[in-house]
Design a protein around this ligand. Structure first.
Ligand code: SF4
Ligand code: SF4
Length: 472
């Protein structure tokens, strides 16, 4: 690692000056191979992110995270509080996946997939470049006194930022409370649901604050994933790295001079143009080595490649590489830690897949009424039960019946012939089961039941049946 004797840059954040004041970052507009690729991926992800809560499959929203009503839908599979164990396993899988990904590929998630980066770099900053111009123009505009030009540019920018924040807040709410509610509010007017309106205003304000002012500070000081980097990264992780061996050589970096032989002079390939620093959205100098602030956005790779090409030096002075690849010229290896994480991930994915297939869309529970024993009814013994049926689907069940399968006997719902269960609802009630005493082999018999909607078998369950202690 370079600068071992001068690691003072690690003492404070790149965006904070010696007096502790924030240094506003004016990143130069990136351009290049990686930026073009990131644009394509980002816009694709943006479309998915914005459209997902409005897509429904079998009546279920593609993604819903309704914490208040405890209703969750992931890839249109609805999850109820009863399915919480599946959600927990899914969360563990995401955590292991992100950890594995980070161990192998560093913070690739931050630079390429994280919604914060995508919205900031590909939406808000692009609006800023469009209205205020590139880095130099933005610095000049901020320094200049308020005049018509500044009021027009800042006003337009803040207005557009507000509109985009408002759109994001609507989509965010659609993920939280459901797109039907949000669309209903748009159709019927904002005052039809005051609590939703208040949430919308709060979320708009939060997004505006984050993207207009807080910006890269989210990644640097607020994001817990960013804080984990120190633990997850090792010298074999692939990160955006400056090849200090090549860039510094024996005598360090030096400005470019035409027709000089840098090798002969012992100076490195870094021409100290500071382009990599100027494009960095987190305000750091990648030449100081891997830093917590780096979100692996690749903007410095593009900037450096452009400079290398311009001065006829090989590209890749800043590139995706591991510390070992640069220091020891070692090739990428699949380490024991990576193998361990992969094995855990595979096992968890297997368990989750099994659970998803085994999970029923209807969940019936029949339990004996507490405190009740049994009753003699002629030749039969009768037990009383409560039943609870959860319809997790997005369709109404019009005529649900419960059938006694084993042992032979009869089952009677109290007060009705069949049960109606609207979509995503729970129905509870009471029922009697009567079994001829001759069929009871002990004082506790297992009873098997099947649940039908018309003729369609939708679930099966078991319960206990109590009878007298003595049998002949
Ligand atoms: S150092 Fe490079 S990759 Fe890291 S955040 Fe800055 S520009 Fe992006
Ligand atoms: S862009 Fe490349 S050449 Fe220029 S200062 Fe950065 S590392 Fe050195």
């Amino acid at each position: 690692m370079i600068n071992d004797e001068n690691n003072s840059f690690r003492d404070r954040l790149g965006t904070v000056d010696e007096a502790g004041k924030r240094i506003w970052v004016y990143p130069k507009k990136p351009s290049g191979k990686f930026y073009d690729l990131r644009k394509i991926i980002s816009y694709l992800l943006l479309v998915i992110l914005l459209a997902s809560p409005f897509i429904k499959i079998n009546g279920n929203q593609l993604f819903l995270f309704n914490v208040l009503e405890r209703k969750f839908s992931i890839f249109s599979f609805t999850f109820w509080p009863q399915d919480f164990y599946i959600v927990v396993i899914a969360i563990i899988i995401v955590v292991v996946f992100v950890a594995l990904f980070t161990v192998v590929f560093g913070r690739i998630f931050c630079g390429w997939i994280c919604p914060q980066t995508i919205f900031l770099e590909m939406v808000f900053r692009r609006i800023e470049y469009w209205i205020e111009g590139d880095r130099g123009a933005q610095i000049r505009l901020d320094k200049q006194k308020w005049n018509a030009e500044k009021i027009r540019k800042k006003g337009l920018k803040w207005f557009l930022f507000f509109i985009v924040s408002f759109i994001i807040a609507n989509v965010f709410l659609a993920y939280l409370i459901g797109s039907d509610q949000v669309l209903g509010m748009i159709k019927n007017g904002p005052f039809t649901n005051v609590s939703t309106l208040i949430s919308l205003i709060i979320f708009t304000a939060v997004f505006y604050f984050v993207f207009a002012w807080f910006r890269e500070q989210v990644c640097i000081i607020a994001c817990p994933y960013g804080r984990l980097q120190g633990v997850l990264l090792d010298e074999k992780s692939l990160v955006v790295a400056y090849d200090y061996k090549r860039g510094e050589a024996e005598k360090g970096r030096a400005k470019f001079r035409k027709n000089e032989d840098r090798k002969e002079k012992g100076i490195g390939d870094c021409i100290d143009c500071s382009q990599c620093v100027q494009v960095c959205p987190t305000g750091i100098d990648i030449r100081n080595g891997t830093q917590l602030e780096c979100v692996n956005c690749t903007a410095c790779i593009d900037a450096c490649d452009f400079m290398m090409e311009s001065v006829n030096l090989p590209k890749g002075l800043i590139r995706y590489a591991s510390e070992d690849e640069i220091a020891k010229k070692e090739k990428f290896v699949f380490t024991a830690r990576m193998k361990g994480y992969s094995a855990v991930l595979l096992i968890l994915v297997g368990i989750l897949t099994g659970l998803l297939f085994l999970r029923s869309e209807v969940e019936a529970k029949v339990l004996r009424l507490p405190g009740q024993l049994f009753e003699h009814k002629g030749e039969n013994i009768s037990n009383v039960y409560t039943y609870k049926i959860v319809n997790k689907t997005a369709r109404d069940y019009e005529s649900v019946s419960i059938k006694l399968i084993h042992p032979k006997g009869k089952l009677e719902l109290v007060g009705k012939k069949s049960i109606k269960i609207p979509k995503e609802e729970v129905v509870q009630g009471t029922l009697f089961i009567e079994i001829p005493q001759a069929l009871l082999k002990s004082d506790k018999t297992e009873v098997q039941l099947e649940i039908y909607n018309n003729d369609e078998l939708i679930d099966h369950t078991k319960t206990n049946f109590l009878g007298p202690r003595s049998f002949n």
